[in-house]
Unconditional design. Structure first.
Ligand SMILES: [Zn+2]
Ligand SMILES: [Zn+2]
Length: 329
């Protein structure tokens, strides 16, 4: 991918993708689905702009910070500005697409709060400053304002939606047990989005695929890879193995309530990707809200007052200390 800066795009413009190359879902996943990248964006939303800000905010190694900042600039999430000649110093500012990552982060937070019990992670509570209440984000259709349920979403593979083009290109090193990680990012979330095959399998499951052979055929992946991911998702309780009606020794893989609850994260990532990265032949996925018939555009609303949430109306209250951060810019 050519960097955004090379192309002199205006702030609100999307990045054109190469014909036949990775599609918007793959590129968005490549840009965001990394634990340090998500952490860097989270801190940027709370006001971090300088290299040293991030170094001071968490246990990020300098080398990881350097590579992630470069990748986020390349993906158009941050823009890099020189603010001093002597010494040469840069600051990193969120672009419009960077400021639009907050719904993904808030929906990840809600899923982790509801479904993951990780003793190492102490999640804050989120307050909606408009109504003053603690809230859960509700995935809502922008057209008809109904809460979105999985069965109300109709998804069709679009012109650039060929499975081979859904796979992110960035090959990431497998994280070892001893690697430092941001304390705010939950392992299970990264299991679901941090592996190049994970999001593709999750997407296929949301589109109704249940059979091993179907996953393998649709994703053109090796049986070993498919088996490994299905096993990991079953271990996490995101997919459940159930005997098929035809043969008791064949298994269907069905999304559990925990898996279905991850839908907002997947939909918001796809929506963000398709808003900001455009394949010349069209979108990867075309979705409709069955209830109202509109093409699907999702927003988050407040569970307490039902008003749409904005990044600027959310503050985080640390559990234990009660320290308040935010609202997000
Ligand atoms: Zn609707
Ligand atoms: Zn509210």
């Amino acid at each position: 991918m050519t960097s955004l800066e090379d192309r002199h795009l205006e702030d609100g413009d999307s990045t054109p993708l190469e014909a036949g190359g990775p599609n918007a879902i793959a590129v968005a996943n490549g840009v965001l689905a990394d634990e340090w990248s998500l952490w860097i964006v989270r801190q940027a939303l709370r006001g971090a702009t300088h290299y040293t800000d991030w170094l001071n905010l968490g246990p990020i190694p300098g080398s990881a910070l350097t590579t992630r900042l470069a990748a986020l600039v390349d993906g158009g999430v941050l823009s890099k500005h020189q603010y001093s000649d002597r010494p040469v110093r840069y600051e990193y500012l969120l672009t419009p697409r960077g400021r639009q990552v907050w719904p993904i982060l808030i929906s990840m937070w809600a899923w982790e709060k509801g479904w993951v019990d990780d003793p190492e992670v102490n999640l804050p509570r989120m307050r909606h400053t408009t109504c003053g209440e603690f809230f859960d984000p509700i995935l809502t259709c922008e057209s008809c304002h109904a809460a979105i349920r999985w069965r109300d979403v109709e998804g069709k593979v679009g012109p650039s939606g060929d499975w081979s083009r859904n796979l992110q290109i960035t090959a990431r090193r497998q994280r070892s047990r001893n690697d430092k990680r941001p304390s705010e990012v939950v392992n299970e979330t990264m299991e679901l989005i941090g592996n190049r095959w994970s999001i593709a399998i999750l997407g296929a499951a949301f589109l109704g695929i249940t059979r091993f052979s179907e996953f393998q055929k649709r994703l053109s992946a090796s049986p070993t890879i498919i088996a490994d991911r299905l096993r990991a998702f079953a271990d996490m309780g995101v997919l459940a193995q159930v005997p098929t009606p035809e043969r008791a020794d064949w298994m269907d893989y069905r999304l559990t309530p925990k898996g279905l609850a991850f839908l907002p994260v997947v939909l918001l990532m796809i929506q963000w990707g398709q808003r900001w990265f455009k394949a010349p032949d069209g979108p990867a996925l075309v979705m409709h809200h069955v209830e109202c018939g509109a093409s699907l555009h999702v927003i988050l609303t407040c569970s307490a007052c039902h008003e749409p949430l904005s990044g600027a109306s959310i503050e985080a209250v640390e559990s234990g200390t009660g320290v308040v951060t935010g609202p997000l810019p």
